[in-house]
Design a protein around this ligand. Structure first.
Ligand code: TRP
Ligand code: SF4
Length: 328
């Protein structure tokens, strides 16, 4: 009792990778004890951009949930559910759509960026421009106050707060203004130094085989000015170093000074990083294997999660209906 409510979500558009582990899942696991947590598979959001490949949706949903469980998201503590299984999201979405000026959505930086980047897909649709409206509904149908997200989602949270203010003002509601909770860990770049993204092929998946991990790490881009083994390195511009900061916390100081003094070579440095990643992923992969053999458990977790989510969502929606429609 008395714990603040957290809601977060992920779109099931492909296998999860180290970026999801470091940027979101470790954080979710840490929040489970101090907050009432709801973790949602945003399958409607996935369909908005991936409807041309909808056949893969089901597999990605299960694969992602298995990764969440394998990383330590605990169904005894947190509610794990599918967005599309709780209809009240769409009620709230419609209500919010009524109040959201098109200009707010057209100006949203993530929308403009996606139109530029996803040229291969037809996302000039009614639903896609409303993406942040559904996201606001996801949060407010649970009256969640805290939303752990990456920096890229900040504009969506800002929009959600504006929409809530409008809804409270127009309809005399009393919905909370949700606050983002940013992860402390610095964002990992992709293996090639660009933004980490599965479409660039610069990621290590949580299910990656050891051989593939070692191969990928050995090809990572390092300090371009360090050509000979005897050249001193600049860890601050090297992606391998950024990864060590996250995966080798107890050793990272040594690595930094050894690199600057040319006491360690890049090959050795990468070998150590690969060891760390392999070590970190080993228990996750074991648990993944367990759940892959126990799909009934996964199914049951999603069913009981949806039941609990519906309880909360239907009571929030009942309040809204009473306020606007005057019904009991
Ligand atoms: N847009 C989020 C992302 O791509 C996913 C998401 C959907 C979400 N609904 C949400 C995140 C509600 C937080 C809260 O990462
Ligand atoms: Fe990067 Fe390590 Fe090479 Fe230094 S030694 S440049 S940190 S890979």
């Amino acid at each position: 009792m008395g714990k603040k409510r957290v809601l977060s979500g992920m779109r099931p558009t492909g296998p999860l990778h180290l970026g999801h582990l470091v940027g979101a899942l470790s954080n979710w696991v840490d929040l489970q004890d101090s907050y009432e947590c709801l973790f949602m598979v945003a399958d409607w959001h996935a369909l908005m951009s991936e409807y041309e490949n909808y056949e893969k949706l089901r597999d990605y949903i299960y694969d992602n949930v298995i990764d969440w469980l394998a990383c330590g998201v605990d169904p005894e503590k947190a509610v794990i559910f599918l967005q599309s299984e709780v209809k009240e999201h769409l009620d709230m979405y419609m209500l919010f759509s009524i109040l959201t000026p098109l200009g707010w959505l057209e100006r949203c930086p993530t929308y403009k960026e996606q139109l530029q980047n996803l040229k291969t897909r037809n996302i000039q649709t009614h639903a896609f421009i409303g993406y942040p409206v559904l996201q606001a509904a996801d949060i407010l149908i649970y009256e969640a106050e805290v939303v752990p997200v990456g920096e890229d989602q900040i504009p969506h949270l800002e929009l959600a707060r504006e929409i809530v203010r409008r809804a409270n003002y127009h309809f005399g509601l009393n919905l909370p203004e949700p606050q983002p909770l940013l992860t402390q860990v610095p964002r990992l770049p992709g293996l090639d130094g660009r933004k980490m993204s599965k479409s660039y092929g610069n990621v290590i998946n949580l299910s990656e085989e050891e051989g593939a991990i070692r191969k990928k790490v050995s090809k990572m881009i390092t300090d371009p000015e360090r050509i000979k083994r005897s050249d001193p390195g600049h860890p601050e511009i090297c992606s391998v170093y950024l990864y060590h900061k996250v995966f080798s916390q107890d050793e990272v100081k040594n690595i930094e000074s050894a690199c600057r003094a040319a006491q360690i070579g890049c090959v050795e440095c990468k070998r150590r990083l690969a060891d760390r990643i392999v070590e970190r992923l080993a228990p996750i992969k074991d648990r993944r294997r367990y759940y892959l053999g126990h799909m009934d458990d996964v199914q049951a977790i999603l069913e009981s999660g949806a039941r609990r989510a519906r309880e909360i969502a239907s009571s929030v929606w009942a309040k809204v209906r009473r306020q606007i429609w005057g019904e009991d």
